[in-house]
Design a protein around this ligand. Structure first.
Ligand code: NAG
Ligand code: NAG
Ligand code: NAG
Ligand code: NAG
Ligand code: NAG
Length: 356
């Protein structure tokens, strides 16, 4: 093996650092020069290796075979800010598994086999900002209340049947992702425990939603982005009631209803959004809506981007786009239009009419 001077000096620094502090890198792991980053990925580990240096800030344990996290799994590693246990075989997180980790900000538990998480599993994680639980088998929302700084939470790709958070959720919560869970129904009070949070993003795409009770989405004054896309069994009446609920979400920026409408869109559908500054609306993959009627978008004067692509629309009435005073991008690729519709849209910058 030939080393140039630069590589050799890096190695000398690593050697010097490890020999002076007496710290060594655990077997099967790679450690950065100052032991800030410890990476033990793809090693077929069935438990957390012994002797992880206490200086560690980031600990990457992904792509192993770890099944359980016992109490105090990391308790000496007080300066950890990030742990990844992505793609392991976790089925159990015991109470107090993360205790001592008062500085942890990011926890990745993505791609495991967690079905239930016990009530005190997250105790001690007072600085945690992001909890990633995507791609597990969860059937119940765990107790989140210990994580008093949590801002982002993802349950995407689990088996949750309800979005209801039984224990007090942290008021810091901003972004909540539930996409790809068999939720079916959202009741009027399901979001009630979240009323004290300033939620800015909610993702309910691909949840096989069938019904949304009126009022379920009311009173989210800070909401910026909402997706209920690809819920193809959702009744139009439910979507209409959702849109009415959003009348007071005055900072709502993006609304994604792609793949969820399979009826003619009534022309008053968005009229309740007059005082909402909606900028992006996606209605792509809308089926069985043949005609866009006059005035359909008249309640959306701030809209910048309208996506109507990949839908069954055959005809756009002359006044359908009236009121879109700020529209810059209009995507109408893959519709069934027989002729170019009339657009009185002076602000338009991008128009896609491919495949009609
Ligand atoms: C943890 O970080 C603090 C503040 O940076 C430092 O004083 C302390 O020595 C660190 N502890 C360990 C075990 O490295
Ligand atoms: C949820 O966790 C908090 C904080 O650890 C704890 O005080 C509370 O008792 C737990 N709730 C339940 C229902 O176990
Ligand atoms: C919201 O905050 C108020 C005032 O702090 C409190 O009384 C109420 O129980 C809280 N609601 C929820 C659902 O946490
Ligand atoms: C909007 O807020 C007003 C005033 O607080 C309230 O009367 C109305 O019911 C709210 N509308 C919705 C849809 O939540
Ligand atoms: C739609 O609006 C245009 C322009 O105002 C008008 O000429 C047309 O008759 C209207 N179409 C229908 C079906 O009301």
């Amino acid at each position: 093996m030939e080393l140039n001077w630069r590589e050799l000096s890096v190695l000398l620094v690593i050697f010097a650092a490890s020999s002076t502090s007496g710290t060594t890198c655990p077997n099967k792991c790679k450690c950065s020069a100052n032991f800030a980053t410890i990476s033990c990925q793809h090693q077929q580990l069935s438990q957390i290796p012994d002797g992880i240096p206490i200086q560690a800030h980031q600990l990457y344990l992904g792509y192993n075979l770890i099944t359980r996290l016992p109490e105090n799994s990391f308790s000496t590693l007080v300066n950890l800010t990030e742990i990844s246990l992505k793609n392991n075989e976790l089925v159990e997180i015991q109470a107090g598994a993360f205790s001592g980790l008062a500085r942890l900000k990011y926890l990745y538990l993505t791609q495991n086999s967690l079905k239930l998480i016990g009530d005190r599993a997250f105790d001690g994680l007072v600085s945690l900002q992001q909890l990633h639980l995507q791609q597990n088998q969860l059937i119940q929302v765990p107790n989140l209340s210990a994580m008093s700084s949590l801002t982002r939470l993802s349950f995407a790709n689990n088996k949750l049947k309800s979005i209801k958070i039984e224990t007090n959720p942290p008021v810091t919560l901003r972004s909540l992702v539930f996409s790809n869970n068999p939720i079916n129904k959202i009741s009027a009070d399901d979001f009630a425990p979240l009323k004290n949070c300033s939620l800015t993003k909610v993702d309910l795409s691909r949840c096989d939603l069938k019904s949304l009770e009126p009022g379920a989405f009311g009173n989210f004054p800070h909401l910026q982005s909402l997706s209920v896309s690809y819920n193809s069994n959702l009744q139009l009446a439910a979507i209409a009631s959702l849109i009415k609920d959003l009348a007071n979400s005055s900072v709502l920026f993006a609304l994604d209803i792609s793949g969820s409408i399979s009826e003619e869109i009534p022309p008053n559908m968005f009229s309740s959004l007059q005082s909402v500054k909606l900028k992006q609306l996606s209605l792509s993959h809308t089926t069985k809506c043949k005609v866009l009627q006059n005035g359909t978008f008249s309640g959306l004067p701030s809209l910048n981007f309208l996506d109507l692509s990949h839908s069954d629309i055959e005809q756009i009435e002359t006044g359908a786009f009236f009121g879109l005073k700020d529209l810059q991008r209009l995507d109408m690729q893959n519709l069934n239009l027989g002729r170019v519709p009339y657009f009185p849209l002076p602000t338009l910058q991008q128009l896609n009419l491919n495949h009609n």
